[in-house]
Ligand binder design. Structure first.
Ligand code: 5AD
Ligand code: SF4
Length: 438
């Protein structure tokens, strides 16, 4: 989401006459896009500003410094007290007005701040040159969140859910197709809670929910590959799987965060489902016409999580056989309902639970990844591997990283690769002889 926001900010600023600097040390304006989902991420920006202040030569003059994103939205005025070098604060809905915030700071107005709502009729378009990749594009379909899980800061930092009109999304994807993009990721805090104000773009498309209609509408554009993240379990309707079954370009991957395997903790988190509700969604995903890879997020050490609650999580992970797992240690976020509960699982215990879950997942993943050896998979080649100069890297349709030796002329193409080796978090292979590069 933050990458997509940065792309949008760059598009707006370029239109306002700015250019991206080659490096941080040359820039006249530095804008930090921030995350506040966990305390560590929120602290990062202040460390980074301290660091840049220490390395920038005073000869080139002091840059204008602004912060945008969730820390900006939540801390507001307090940011200026925290770090006096900051000139402006742009909240999560102020992207459209960044240019004027910079101008005001340049004109000498101190403590410039905008925590307002989105501008009326603000466009979502991102220029292809600002995209993080020329092959894969992030397309926000919904922003904000209405779920208010007790540990989570997002509903406060990003506000209520707002869905984009489908015709707008489909138009953007047609544009991406024309610009040569091969893959789109429909993104949002909860993509399957998608509920636009108008049916425009979805009329006449079958589907049990606006989201499954949108999936079919996007699939019909003919773009090569479509992925979507993140899905919320309670809103995960079986028609999503039906849409995937109908359209080959809807990829073989579902990210469905469970957060905990204990019903008691799920209630305390106010997730709105029990472990058996969640497992029924997983069963539905496993019944899909082709194998779908399932990944999840889990928080360990939520207030009051006992050893037996944690064992329930281990059991659920064993049961679901995830292809990937993101584990987070609970981090208290000020102002959330959970911050009123005692953060009573010690640091050592959180660490121990993190390691034990990680080790369980490593075994599961090693078995799943080894199962790919000898299989042919389709990979979108995204670039040269950072680790080995002879290798290319990309993702499979089931969203696994796959590296293989190959010529850089294949970058941006979809090729068929036979898997020869399974690493901890990636696969390795070689191009199938005679595989057409699309
Ligand atoms: N502490 C730890 N992890 C959190 N997440 C969200 N809020 C917190 C928190 N306060 C995790 C959840 C979510 C992921 C993006 O971040 O697992 O799915
Ligand atoms: Fe946060 Fe829950 Fe909303 Fe996800 S669904 S963004 S965890 S409040």
């Amino acid at each position: 989401m933050n990458v997509a926001d940065t792309e949008r900010a760059a598009t707006k600023l370029r239109a306002a006459g700015y250019d991206l600097a080659e490096s941080e040390s040359e820039a006249d304006v530095l804008i930090f896009n921030t995350c506040s989902v966990r305390a560590k991420a929120a602290q990062k920006v202040f460390h980074r500003i301290e660091y840049l202040k220490s390395v920038r030569s005073s000869k080139i003059g002091r840059p204008i410094i602004g912060i945008m994103g969730c820390v900006a939205q939540l801390e507001g005025e307090a940011v200026f007290d925290h770090e006096s070098a900051i000139d402006f604060v742009a909240g999560t809905r102020a992207t459209d007005r960044l240019g004027s915030l910079i101008e005001r700071a340049r004109d000498g107005e101190g403590r410039v701040i905008d925590l307002g709502e989105r501008s009326e009729g603000e466009g979502w378009n991102v220029s292809p040159v600002e995209r993080h990749s020329p092959h894969v594009a992030f397309v926000p379909i919904i922003e904000g969140c209405n779920k208010f899980c007790t540990y989570c800061i997002v509903p406060y930092s990003r506000g209520r859910e707002r869905s984009r009109v489908a015709s707008d999304i489909v138009r953007e994807i047609h544009g991406l197709l024309e610009s040569g993009f091969k893959e789109v990721h429909l993104i949002g805090q909860n993509v399957n809670s998608y509920r636009p104000k108008s049916e425009e773009g979805l009329l006449g498309i079958k589907g049990a929910t606006p989201f499954s209609k949108l999936l079919r509408a996007v699939a019909r554009t003919g773009i090569e590959r479509i992925k979507f993240t993140t899905s919320f379990p309670r809103d995960f309707h079986e028609d999503i799987v039906a849409a995937i079954d109908e359209h080959d370009n809807l990829c073989n991957w579902v990210h469905l965060p469970v957060q905990s395997g204990s019903d008691r903790i799920l209630r305390r988190m106010r997730r709105g489902y029990s472990s058996s509700d969640y497992l029924s969604r997983v069963q539905c995903i496993k019944r899909a016409g082709r194998p779908l890879s399932l990944t999840t997020d889990i928080i360990v050490g939520f207030p009051g999580e006992s050893t037996s609650d944690f064992e329930d999580t281990l059991r659920l992970v064993e049961n679901c056989q995830y292809h990937g797992l993101y584990i987070f240690k609970y981090s208290e976020r000020p102002g959330t309902p959970a911050s009123r509960l005692q953060d009573d699982v010690s640091r050592e215990e959180k660490r121990a639970r993190f390691l034990s879950l990680e080790s369980l997942q490593r075994n599961i993943q090693s078995r799943i990844y080894s199962g790919y050896i000898g299989e042919k998979v389709k990979v979108l080649v995204e670039g040269e591997s950072a680790k080995s100069e002879n290798d290319l890297t990309g993702h499979t349709t089931c969203h696994k990283v796959l590296n293989f030796p190959g010529d850089s002329s294949l970058v941006g193409k979809i090729v068929e690769v036979i898997v020869t080796e399974a690493k901890v978090n990636s696969l390795y292979g070689r191009v199938v002889d005679g595989s057409p590069a699309l």
